[in-house]
Write a protein that binds this ligand. Structure first.
Ligand code: SAH
Length: 504
């Protein structure tokens, strides 16, 4: 019988970027992923779409699946010959019961591997501006369970030893027992004014730090309604935070922003938003598909060299056109002598990836403005212009070019189809009024997102609306929604800048 193998993989502390390369490579091969609460859903995107995903979400006192059943599940799937990834928060062998799972696998004779992860006790401190060790005053770091503090007699912890600890102490799972932890340390002889802090949801957009001393922290935490998950740091290094708290200075920290673009294109916007400290919730309302009838695009690609101009209005149009050109067995050289115009910097950049420099990138993106820019660059009377575009593109550009005497060939290069699959997370957050912004990057995302979510639900969610430009804003207004901000320039960076300016 061929047995599968189980990988105990550390998922890191929360920021999905803190997964290791080894962890990512192993996830990409997973046939089964068994995962916990506290993990970013983004991590699961590294697993193949067809992999079985099993949530066993452990949370303080709400065990979805008891530990022995998790162990049994891992053994059973491995015996069925599967490649199983057991994805665990932080490091699998630091307070994660990973040791128990590994023992169960060893006892059952199942092959396993451990992929260490970035543990919360170090990472949350780092993001809070607290060096775990420091040359002056912290020559050791102790990671301690905060679970046992309340049962002082039953506790296996030596509070005297902890009070004399020559460095930083980090308590995991200690929110409930925070007063008992601080008091036990003071009772055992730690100076009551020892700096101490609790870092809630470290390394994520929800990060929040409460800092004080062993004496003041319990009350400060209570005032701040501090809830799990949090790590508690005790030691002189906590005071360095005043100068080193880099992450909590990010301008969009704590904001939740919905991205409605097609999944394939969402990442540029999501990454930009997250680099500023916000959480991006991807709610792809549309998906890009090939045209129903590929013949017109294929014919246009075949005749590529016969046009005077090709006007690319989107990244998708560029990709579809060059895909069709490749199907004819040729490449960009087939466009020798053809002039090319592009709308927007992203389209220009995508064209460059195929080896072509744009001849014209009009400064404004409406159909009339583009036609005017083209007319200034060349005589359009009788000019043959190819327009590879979306099935639902507005007709104004083709019309404006035709009015100036051009012979326009419009072909559908791709279709924009509704895709409700990804919107559920956004719908839930909106219903709970947990969304700060919804971003719209085209009229079609507006229409499809509203088809799924409903304009009223968006309105009553209290979320602000960011629009990429006047066309998209017009579609929003038709639906009775007024954009809070409109990007200028009408680009992804412009959209993010508009949100930043508003928040400032
Ligand atoms: N194996 C994990 C720890 C699991 S125990 C690791 O190595 O990080 C769960 C505890 O970890 C929580 O109670 C909390 O104390 C801590 N924790 C996990 N994620 C955290 C986060 N993002 N911010 C702060 N503490 C976190």
């Amino acid at each position: 019988m061929i047995h599968g193998r189980v990988y105990l993989v550390g998922a890191g502390p929360g920021d999905p970027g803190l997964l290791t390369l080894r962890g990512r490579d192993i996830l990409a091969q997973a046939e089964v992923v068994v995962y916990d609460a506290l993990l970013s859903p983004r991590l699961l995107d590294h697993a193949p779409a067809g992999a079985e995903r099993i949530y066993v979400g452990k949370r303080a006192d709400r065990h979805t699946l008891p530990q022995d059943e998790i162990n049994a599940l891992l053994v059973e799937r491995a015996r069925a010959g599967k490649t199983v990834v057991r994805l665990k928060g932080g490091d699998p062998f630091v307070f994660g019961r990973g040791g128990e799972e590994a023992l169960a696998l060893a006892d059952a004779g199942i092959d396993f591997e451990v992929v260490p992860g970035v543990t919360a006790g170090v990472a949350a401190l780092a993001y809070a501006g607290i060096p775990a060790t420091h040359r002056e005053g912290a020559s050791a770091i102790g990671m301690v369970t905060g679970h046992e503090a309340a049962e002082k007699d039953a506790s296996s912890l030596d509070w005297g030893a902890l009070a004399r600890w020559p460095g930083t102490l980090v308590f995991y799972m200690g929110v409930k027992n925070l007063p008992a932890i601080c008091q036990s340390l003071i009772d055992a002889g730690a100076p009551p004014d020892t700096p101490a802090a609790a870092v809630h949801w470290g390394t994520t957009s929800r990060q929040h730090t409460v800092a004080g001393t062993l004496t003041t922290l319990p009350d400060l935490a209570a005032e701040a309604d501090l809830a799990p998950p949090a790590v508690i740091a005790v030691g002189q290094v906590v005071a360095l935070r005043d100068r080193l708290a880099w992450f909590e200075r990010r301008p969009l920290l704590g904001r939740r922003i919905v991205v409605t673009r097609a999944r394939a294109q969402a990442s540029a916007l999501a990454e930009r938003i997250e680099a500023l400290g916000a959480e991006a919730v991807e709610a792809p309302a549309i998906r890009i598909e090939p045209p129903d009838n590929p013949a017109p695009l294929a014919a246009a690609a075949h005749d590529a060299g016969t046009f005077d101009w090709i006007v690319f209005t989107s990244v998708n149009g560029v990709e579809a056109f060059f895909g069709a050109l490749a199907d004819t067995g040729r490449d960009a050289r087939a466009l020798a002598g053809v002039r090319v115009a592009t709308i927007g910097p992203a389209t220009t950049a995508r064209l460059a990836a195929f080896g072509l420099r744009t001849d014209l990138e009009p400064p404004t993106f409406t159909g009339a403005a583009v036609a005017q820019a083209l007319a200034q660059a060349a005589d359009l009377a009788g000019a043959a212009i190819l327009l590879p575009r979306a099935d639902i593109a507005p007709p104004d550009l083709a019309r404006a070019l035709a009015e100036r005497g051009a012979r326009v060939t419009e072909v559908t290069a791709y279709r924009t189809v509704p895709d409700a699959s990804g919107a559920q997370a956004a719908v839930d957050h909106l219903a709970r009024r947990e969304v700060d912004w919804v971003t719209f990057t085209s009229s079609s995302t507006v229409r499809y997102f509203l088809d799924t979510v409903g304009a009223d639900a968006l309105k009553s969610s209290g979320a602000r609306i960011a629009s990429i430009g006047p066309t998209t804003s017009g579609t929003l207004r038709e639906a009775g929604l007024e954009p809070t901000v409109e990007a200028d320039p009408h680009t992804i960076p412009g959209l993010v800048d508009a949100i930043l300016a508003y928040e400032a």
